[in-house]
Design a protein. Structure first.
Length: 377
């Protein structure tokens, strides 16, 4: 039985015809039709038996790729390390694809909309004894099939059987999926990296309180979160000076957003009745995340009022008082920030922390226009 490091659906991606010449694309499509033969063993002159491929990574670039894997028994599931169903994880390492922040990595996300696939996944989860990383994005809005709407929440809840998980990415667009997510998080206390993209934008106080209570605190190193203003406030308040949550190992807090997305925006602490005050973010350094190394606020700052020095005053005071000693990076790309504001902020942070402190700022350009080499965070 052959061993494969990474099994990916890129060979079946129809977009290849737009990237390569017709001859090359034809060859790649041919290879794509043959990859299912990986692991086959011939037992006789006229008969074949098919053995599953032993691989560490399955990355689904296309929604159609997952079905043959699940139903044709093509993969040795108990050897799998990474199952990237949302096409967002870095296949050869850790974290999100190409080291991007959450909002940027989601631009090419793959969402599950097949009722038979989500019904089959809980059965497969029981076989994933070695799995450490998984991504799953489920959309109820894109699929009106009643069977799918019934089976999808159970599929998400059963992610909780994967007790060995260290990295989890989940994207949802309905409140019932967020409730199912609570059941999964209750059993995943050893996560090191967690990204949640909660797109229902429907706030329920009980769900938000349960989500805060189920956040894996002790070992978590990366937390990426997007949702309603009140949900983000609840999480930040729990990590604030008066909160009851502490994440001693947290290194990265990723609150990035697409510029045209709804949801919680970060704004001036003096004018934030319906948004998230910047102060509530900086306060996590005082207690909830004392060892934080990076804030990622790419695309998350409000457009109005204009970003000014006062937005960062509490950050400078907090760092000046000795808190957040490990903080070394502030990512404010894809925001409308004047050059003079960014320059003053950089100068003051360097004065407090030294020249090694890194500010990622792109002059207010949209993230999609940022060179690939500069997208890594």
């Amino acid at each position: 039985m052959p061993h494969v490091d990474c099994l990916t659906g890129v060979l079946q991606d129809p977009g290849l015809t737009d990237t390569f010449s017709n001859a090359d694309a034809g060859q790649l499509r041919c290879c794509g039709s043959r990859w299912r033969g990986i692991g086959r063993t011939r037992s006789g002159a006229s008969q074949q038996q098919f053995g599953p491929a032993v691989c560490k990574v399955v990355a689904c670039r296309s929604p159609s790729l997952l079905r043959p894997l699940l139903f044709d028994d093509l993969v040795c599931w108990d050897k799998l390390i990474t199952l990237d169903m949302a096409n967002i994880l870095e296949p050869s390492g850790s974290g999100l694809r190409s080291g991007a922040y959450r909002a940027l990595a989601e631009e090419e996300i793959t969402r599950l909309t097949d009722a038979e696939v989500v019904a089959k996944l809980p059965e497969v989860f029981l076989q994933l004894r070695s799995l450490q990383r998984i991504s799953i994005a489920i959309s109820l809005e894109e699929c009106q099939c009643q069977s799918f709407r019934v089976k999808a929440p159970r599929c998400l809840q059963e992610v909780g059987v994967l007790r060995g998980l260290q990295e989890l990415y989940v994207a949802t667009d309905h409140c019932c999926l967020e409730v199912a997510l609570l059941g999964a998080l209750a059993r995943l206390g050893d996560l090191k990296k967690l990204w949640l993209s909660l797109g229902s934008l429907e706030y329920k106080e009980a769900v938000s309180a349960a989500l805060v209570a189920r956040l894996p605190c002790q070992r978590l190193e990366v937390l990426g979160l997007w949702g309603t203003v009140r949900l983000l406030r609840d999480v930040l308040n729990a990590l604030g000076p008066k909160g009851d949550k502490t994440m001693p190992q947290l290194k990265v807090l990723d609150l990035s957003m697409h510029r045209d997305s709804p949801g919680g925006r970060i704004t001036d602490p003096r004018n934030a009745p319906g948004e998230i005050a910047t102060d509530s973010i900086w306060y996590v350094l005082k207690r909830g995340a004392p060892n934080l190394q990076k804030f990622c606020l790419a695309g998350a700052l409000a457009w109005y009022p204009p970003v000014a020095d006062v937005w960062f005053t509490t950050l400078l005071l907090t760092l000046g008082s000795g808190h957040g000693k490990e903080l070394c990076c502030l990512d404010i790309r894809a925001n409308r920030i004047r050059a003079d504001v960014a320059d003053r902020l950089r100068e003051r942070l360097h004065k407090i922390r030294g020249r090694h402190f890194e500010i990622l700022w792109d002059g207010g350009e949209d993230a999609s226009a940022t060179p690939a080499a500069d997208r890594k965070s």
